[in-house]
Design a protein around this ligand. Sequence first.
Ligand code: SME
Length: 160
Amino acid sequence: MTKESTYQSLFPQIQSLISSETDLIANMANIVAALHNTFHFWWTGFYIVKEKPKFEIINHQSSINQELVLGPFQGPIACTRIPFGKGVCGTAWQQNKTLIVPNVHEFPGHIACSSASKSEIVVPIRQNGEVIAVLDIDSKDYNSFDEIDKNYLEQIQLFN
Ligand code: SME
């Protein structure tokens, strides 16, 4: 089975899984489980845009009072908070676009939650055009992600 045909058979299942449930976290949890167990990625998960705790805003005087916080995922433990514009996830959020990173060692500022991770794709999840989360997938091999992954993963709609 090609990657494309795997996505083609998996996506209607994902769609039907999430269409009958309105809870965001429950839907994110099932999406990562479905993707992770189908493709056997190294790490599959969501980071969710959240307000920073108040003390952090005061201490760091940052103009951005939001950050990415670890959400539902499958795989080894991961970093819990990622600032706006940092790492692949924070950059995809800042640029509001999907980033495919064929070799994470060549991405300036890549955040290595695991030294095993070699390539990565990060897809923004939007509500009314605004990024409210990112889907982050890591592979143990270089060059694992391409336009096929981008095209399908961008179709994940958590809001109708
Ligand atoms: N590598 C990501 C951090 C998250 S982990 O890969 C799970 C990044 O650079 O944003």
